[in-house]
Design a protein around this ligand. Sequence first.
Ligand SMILES: [Zn+2]
Length: 136
Amino acid sequence: MNNNQAITDKQTCSECGKELFGRTDKRFCNDTCRNSFNRKLRAEEKARDNENIPAIFKQIRTNYEILKQYHLEKLNEGATIHITKQELLGKGFEPKFCTSALNKGFNELWLFCFEFGYKKEGERHFELCFDPIQAK
Ligand SMILES: [Zn+2]
């Protein structure tokens, strides 16, 4: 009787679905299954977090990626480059979303997305710079 009871209540591994024997509080057949299960759980949580982040964070991340690309292609530390507003905005850049600002004087307002800075140059251009201090 007791054996039949045990069979109908059999526990299965939460990861692979195999039948579990032994302790009734076991959830996995081995460490591989436990690790695999937890890894998937963390990946799902991370994906959910990414879905729920506010649009402004996504835009700042987009801005950062765009500026980083320019940095990788053209900028050296301390150097500046000049690009057209059309090109920058055409990539999806939104100048008003930044992480810090630095006013170096008249018409010298630098906005930063972490370590990458940008400044309006007239109506049609932007100047870009790299300043690791702004990322701290
Ligand atoms: Zn398993």
